[in-house]
Design a protein around this ligand. Structure first.
Ligand SMILES: CCCCCCCCCC/C=C\CC(=O)SCCNC(=O)CCNC(=O)[C@H](O)C(C)(C)COP(=O)(O)OP(=O)(O)OC[C@H]1O[C@@H](n2cnc3c(N)ncnc32)[C@H](O)[C@@H]1OP(=O)(O)O
Length: 277
């Protein structure tokens, strides 16, 4: 199967098609023989998740519902970072309307990604804090390059990871480990993340990362798709429904929280520290 895939992806008769996207914030390629899609986040320098990037991801995920997509590998074009998480500028002194629109798009994108019926793999080729970790955790399988950081570090920034972020982590590493990690806002090294099961496999380098992602995909493509996706959604439906049934409340929490003067102060200080680095 690996040889077949190599022929399909590297062979002279390339059957890889660029997926027409309205923006270049995501590069999307579909292998027309296998149906496997690679979605590469492409918002330099660190793929911070602003409204436009989330909208581009959401639009792609909707489009994939009507394509012959058999699986999706999510990765990044940045050399050092998978995603730096939510764009802090979306939370720093926004208008209420802008913040509401942003949060709604984050919810939309997460719901689509978390509930995708086809196999999804995060090929984590760099740091993946906070919202970046959420994206990775929303995929079914996570593979990461060495010596990078991943985790829900919100507490360390003086903000709180929403319930659905927390649920995703709990579903992967268990309640006790998640509670400790969330209270402390731990950023794990790739190696630590592999030990606690936050990631499934460590890759040796970027080439190995993509090879392992395709290997996982090949295994999944060998399974009956309806049975596969039914089991997946069965495992995920409680977490999904918890947000779907409380989107408005969740948005209100977000708005009320970020408009607190103390939170705005923390964000300002953090942004300044990042710029000074
Ligand atoms: C009761 C219930 C209440 C619920 C309330 C809800 C409240 C809010 C919930 C919020 C949920 C999730 C939050 C997040 O996702 S917040 C984002 C957290 N992210 C981080 O902490 C990561 C910050 N970035 C880094 O640590 C590093 O950038 C990096 C990812 C490790 C990469 O390092 P690098 O050295 O390669 O790059 P660096 O020089 O640091 O950055 C390059 C430029 O990018 C800017 N930048 C970095 N991260 C962000 C970001 N997240 N948003 C916006 N901009 C970012 C950085 O400032 C540099 O800019 P410039 O080039 O200097 O202009």
């Amino acid at each position: 199967m690996f040889v077949l895939r190599q022929c399909l992806t590297l062979g002279t008769k390339s059957s890889v098609r660029n997926f027409a996207a309205a923006t270049n914030l995501v590069n999307v390629k579909i292998n027309e023989d296998t149906g496997v899609v690679i979605m590469e986040l492409n918002k330099p320098p660190v793929n911070s998740l602003n409204y436009e990037l989330l909208e581009a991801m959401h639009r792609t995920l909707v489009k994939l519902e009507n394509e012959r997509c058999s699986g999706m590998i999510l990765t990044s074009s940045s050399p050092n970072t998978f995603s730096a998480g939510l764009d802090l500028l979306e939370m720093y002194k926004p208008t209420v309307d802008k913040a509401r629109k942003f949060w709604g798009m984050l919810q939309n994108t997460w719901i689509k990604l978390y509930s995708a019926p086809y196999p999804t793999v995060a090929a984590i080729n760099g740091h993946s804090p906070a919202g970046g970790c959420l994206l990775a955790m929303s995929c079914e399988y996570r593979i990461m390059v060495p010596k990078k950081k991943i985790g829900l570090n919100e507490t360390q920034l003086g903000i709180v990871a929403p319930q659905w972020f927390q649920d995703c982590m709990k579903n992967i590493i268990g309640s006790r480990q998640a509670e400790k990690a969330l209270i402390a806002g731990t950023l794990f090294s790739s190696e630590e993340a592999a030990k606690i099961g936050l990631i499934d496999e460590l890759a040796t380098d970027k080439e190995d990362l993509m090879k392992k992602a395709h290997d996982f995909m090949d295994e999944q493509l060998g399974l009956p798709p309806l049975a596969r996706s039914t089991v997946k959604i069965g495992f995920r439906k409680d977490t999904l429904n918890r947000l779907i049934n409380s989107r408005e409340v969740d948005t209100k929490y977000f708005i009320d929280f970020i408009f607190q003067p103390k939170v705005q102060e923390s964000l300002e200080m953090y942004l300044q520290a990042l710029k000074k680095k």
